[in-house]
Design a protein. Structure first.
Length: 240
């Protein structure tokens, strides 16, 4: 029985469905982002350093989103055009500090959860059936190495069954969620079936005690970031 369910991409379909199924809309770092598997692995392995560095974020996909060149993460919901419907570099530069503050807080939330007694189910939606069992074993090793006492499992969701599903090893399972053409949220029935045997605790465990006071308690994504007030990190985005 899991205390939390946390999505690890690929895009908005997984965030929408996890929140719908669990009823928990508490934001996590990889929610509502568009990112490849390698970006997930590298971000966790690097303890969220190097995300959203000044000068590394630029308009992408004809200004529909912002691309962080340092992590290859595409931000569709966090930067907003000041006029028209497409982002400009000046839009991004003006909003970068507040977006960085949000993701510093989310990185800190991730660390707190991973260091707690919570039993977490991480879900990676392999939306284009690109990964192998070896990739999922590597992801599990990266998380376990960063947080040796963390209790967690991985659920690998694909469009079709993996040819090497028997090689996943302990703590990793797979399921399928067929695509729903024209519906970015995915197929509710398919996701319900994938989670049919997953059980969640009604009440999450209490958080660990707060750390000892220090001169600066602001979580950091990238070294040298200037402290900024952290905005709310409950993200209720509902579109791709």
């Amino acid at each position: 029985m899991y205390d939390r369910c946390v999505g690890l991409g690929y895009h908005c379909e997984s965030t929408h469905q996890i929140r719908r199924i669990t009823g928990d809309d508490r934001a996590h770092f990889f929610d509502w982002l568009d990112l490849d598997f390698e970006s997930v692995v590298e971000t966790i392995a690097g303890d969220f350093a190097g995300i959203l560095r000044p000068g590394m974020v630029e308009p992408f996909s004809d200004g529909l989103c912002a691309l962080d060149r340092g992590s290859d993460i595409r931000f569709f919901h966090d930067f907003h055009p000041t006029s028209g419907s497409t982002l400009t570099r000046s839009d991004i530069d003006r909003q970068l500090d507040s977006v960085r503050a949000k993701f510093r807080a989310l990185a800190d939330r991730w660390r707190t959860l991973a260091r707690s007694s919570a039993y977490v189910l991480y879900v990676h939606h392999d939306a284009f059936d690109e990964l192998s069992a070896a990739d999922l074993r590597r992801l599990r090793l990266v998380i376990a190495t960063a947080y040796p006492r963390h209790r967690f499992d991985l659920l690998w969701l694909r469009r079709t069954p993996p040819p090497d599903g028997g090689a996943l090893g302990p703590g990793i399972s797979w399921g399928t969620v067929a695509t729903a053409p024209g519906r970015w949220e995915g197929d509710d029935a398919e996701w319900d079936a994938a989670f049919r045997d997953v059980r969640f605790a009604t009440h999450p465990p209490p958080p660990p005690p707060p750390p000892s006071p220090s001169p600066s308690t602001e979580p950091s994504v990238s070294p040298g970031a200037s402290p900024t007030p952290s905005p709310s990190v409950t993200d209720r985005s509902t579109s791709v």
